[in-house]
Design a protein around this ligand. Structure first.
Ligand code: FES
Length: 213
């Protein structure tokens, strides 16, 4: 099992994500702090294994922070996106660099077929498994002029083969990953409580419908 995000090789898959989440936290700070908090809120292991919906309290998730929770054994990435990040998601410069900027490929439920790929623009909810070979993309939300690519506006970087995604999980053109990160079924049960594994009333969608996990 890989134990360090910086040395994660092509063999690293979602099975290794716990080690990757911990290691990635060392580089991004925020997730390392939030992870223990969320971990303690998760339902019991047997509930998770059964695939039951899980509730996530977003009341302590600050702007710019990400939390990672497990659902059906996979990491779910939840981000409180800042107003600046939302502005960037709509910038023509970013859109011109993406492979599927309008989410035309079936990688999300119908309620996430929009520019923010989510129910509420503020909150991203994504499956944290690279659509190339299944590594865990690292959260790099801050713009950077050089890393991991020129004029990086913030997003996700997969250390295995260099795939890049924006903060809506949309994949860049010219990278190994072929598709946007999937969006799981979810809904808000109230303003600050997210339920992963359950669609809004009247919608039928399952992760088995996506083109690629
Ligand atoms: S698994 Fe290959 S780039 Fe992510």
């Amino acid at each position: 099992m890989s134990s360090h995000a910086g040395t994660a090789g092509p063999q690293t898959t979602k099975r290794d994500f716990l080690g990757l989440v911990t290691a990635a936290g060392a580089g991004i700070g925020v997730a390392a702090i939030v992870w223990p908090f969320i971990d303690s809120m998760n339902p019991s292991a047997d509930v998770i294994a059964a695939g039951a919906p899980i509730d996530v309290d977003l009341s302590k998730l600050e702007p710019g922070q990400q939390i990672v929770v497990l659902w059906r054994g996979s990491p779910m990435l939840i981000v409180n996106r800042t107003p600046d990040a939302l502005k960037t998601l709509q910038s023509p410069n970013l859109l011109s660099r993406l492979s599927d900027p309008n989410s035309t490929v079936m990688q999300q439920p119908p309620y996430a077929e929009n520019w923010h790929r989510s129910v509420k623009p503020q909150y991203a909810v994504l499956v944290g498994i690279c659509t190339h070979l299944g590594c865990l993309p690292g959260y790099m939300p801050n713009p950077d002029p050089t890393t991991p690519m020129p004029n990086w506006p913030g997003g996700y970087f997969c250390p295995c083969h260099g795939s890049k995604y924006d903060l809506a999980g949309r994949v860049y053109s010219g990278v190994p990953a072929p598709y946007n990160l999937p969006v799981p079924p979810y809904r808000f049960v109230n303003d600050k409580t997210l339920r992963i594994g359950e669609n809004p009333p009247g919608v039928i969608f399952a992760l088995t419908s996506v083109v690629q996990m």
